[in-house]
Write a new protein. Structure first.
Ligand SMILES: Cc1cc2nc3c(=O)[nH]c(=O)nc-3n(C[C@H](O)[C@H](O)[C@H](O)COP(=O)(O)OP(=O)(O)OC[C@H]3O[C@@H](n4cnc5c(N)ncnc54)[C@H](O)[C@@H]3O)c2cc1C
Length: 450
């Protein structure tokens, strides 16, 4: 750590460059050019545009087009790619491990914004950790595209229809936005790709959506959920409500009804939980582990610590907590930045007050359901609005252009179903190894951090 000298600019550190952190850092850079140094730390150098994650995996867009460089958000600040390890609240230090390094570095802050997001909530279901899949990162999206193809390739070699059906039976657990979209797009992807596999019948493919509550899309209007259900069932998806999975094995899953389903792929999309990294920071957390914030986004009882996005619990004027959405996080970030600037200038802060514009759920085959400013929209119109909205929200012109091209070409010249190569075979040909070369430790000649 470098000592601080009198008259030196103050430093604001933002932890996490997702929807909350990237927009917080961008606004801080705009507001504090002369007054403070802005440092953004994230383990990835990109902002993952989650609403497009399903499409980046089993849909029409290239995975790289679902991310934007996070450096563009801190043009007047500093971006550090590294793993945040802990925060010393008393000493006002953030400790992190720069990417590729095995050494921890410390950085002093005057204000810190915690925007470390959430992870998938994995309940203690036997076999879930060993055999289940998540859907939360860019790697997860690519894994599912590759896996879909591996399953089709293997099924194509089998003469027994029952075995083919077991391989091509995908279970998606959790029927909120991510689950419904993933189930719809996975089924569309497999049925489209199956045309390249002469021994695979369309009837071999089945995607099942498993939901614990009594209906799909519980966050949306009942009418929209009913419409989505009708469309999905008409396409042959199986939707089971008031059901969940109690056990997962390599080639089966057991449901609460007692039914044993032959499957090799169970994807868990039922719920989120705060990033475990925030547990060790020593911030005030509620019973579910989320950071408790004042309405101006300041962490309770800590005048120079702020929290936003999925990791934080922020209440509206009526005492109801804001949902964990990109829409909210992307607005909390800039407000946290403005409130930090106000605090540094001795001005009063403002509370977070935002009314979401609406929500979308795409359900595959260019169909979506949406509630926009209180109005329900369904079908291809909802899908066109969904795409127009996300196109407008995607940061940078070049990313917008690439996305637009992917979507346009998706109709004229669809992507061929090929693997993207996140796996390679071992020398024996049968061992699957994850490529790890990029993760190997890099030792700089000296501790190069300022
Ligand atoms: C598949 C999917 C689809 C979604 N679709 C929508 C949608 O359509 N509309 C919508 O409004 N919301 C959607 N969401 C929810 C939305 O993405 C989140 O609410 C939003 O991203 C939260 O923003 P955040 O900044 O809190 O977290 P994130 O955007 O997740 O950012 C957290 C950042 O912290 C970084 N990080 C975490 N731990 C560390 C560490 N230890 N060290 C360094 N860096 C770290 C991560 O790399 C990440 O960049 C979706 C979520 C998923 C998973």
């Amino acid at each position: 750590m470098r000592a601080k000298y009198a008259g030196e600019r103050r430093r604001v550190i933002v932890l996490g460059g997702g929807f909350g952190g990237a927009y917080a850092a961008q606004e801080l850079c705009r507001l504090m050019k002369r007054d403070a140094e802005v440092v953004l730390i994230d383990r990835n150098d990109y902002l993952l545009f989650y609403p497009l994650l399903v499409e980046a995996g089993v849909g029409a867009i290239e995975p790289r087009h679902a991310v934007a460089s996070v450096r563009r958000f801190v043009r007047d600040g500093t971006f550090v790619m590294g793993e945040v390890e802990r925060v010393d609240l008393g000493g006002q230090q953030v400790y992190f491990r720069p990417v590729g390094s095995d050494r921890t570095a410390g950085l002093h802050y005057d204000h810190v914004v915690v925007a470390l997001g959430s992870i998938t909530k994995l309940p203690p279901v036997p076999g879930l950790k060993e055999f289940g899949f998540e859907f939360k990162t860019l790697a997860d999206a690519i894994v599912h595209r590759d896996r879909g193809i591996r399953l089709l390739e293997l099924a194509n070699t089998l003469t027994d229809a029952e075995h083919r059906r077991a391989l091509l039976n995908i279970l998606v657990v959790g029927a909120n936005f991510t689950g419904v979209e993933l189930a719809g797009e996975y089924q569309a992807f497999l049925t489209r790709a199956a045309r390249f596999y002469p021994n695979v019948q369309q009837t071999d493919i089945q995607v099942q959506l498993i939901e614990y509550s009594d209906r799909i899309l519980p966050a949306l209007d009942e009418d929209l959920a009913r419409y989505a259900l009708r469309v999905l069932e008409k396409r042959g998806l199986v939707v089971k409500t008031k059901t969940t999975v109690t056990e997962i094995g390599q080639d089966y899953a057991v449901l609460t009804s007692g039914e044993r389903v032959a499957t090799h792929t169970v994807v868990w999309t039922a719920g989120i939980t705060p990033n475990p990294a925030i547990r060790d920071i020593g911030l005030p957390l509620n019973a579910k582990g989320y950071i408790e914030c004042e309405r101006d986004l300041r962490v309770k009882g800590l005048p120079n610590v702020w929290a936003i996005g999925d990791a934080a619990t922020i209440l509206d004027a009526s005492g109801k907590s804001y949902a964990a959405t990109a829409q909210n996080a992307a607005r909390e970030g800039p407000l946290a930045a403005r409130n930090i600037a106000r605090t540094l200038r001795g001005q009063p802060t403002e509370p977070f007050d935002y009314k979401p514009m609406g929500s979308f759920a795409a359900i595959g085959h260019q169909v979506a359901v949406a509630n926009l400013m209180g109005r329900n929209v369904t079908g291809m119109l909802a899908f066109a609005l969904y795409r127009a909205t996300y196109l407008s929200k995607m940061p940078s012109f070049s990313r917008k252009l690439r996305l637009f091209i992917d979507w346009t070409l998706g109709r004229l010249a669809p992507l061929e179903p090929v693997q993207l190569g996140v796996h390679r075979l071992g020398a024996s040909g049968d061992e699957e190894i994850q490529i790890r070369e990029a993760d190997k430790v890099i030792r700089p000649p000296s501790a190069a951090l300022r």
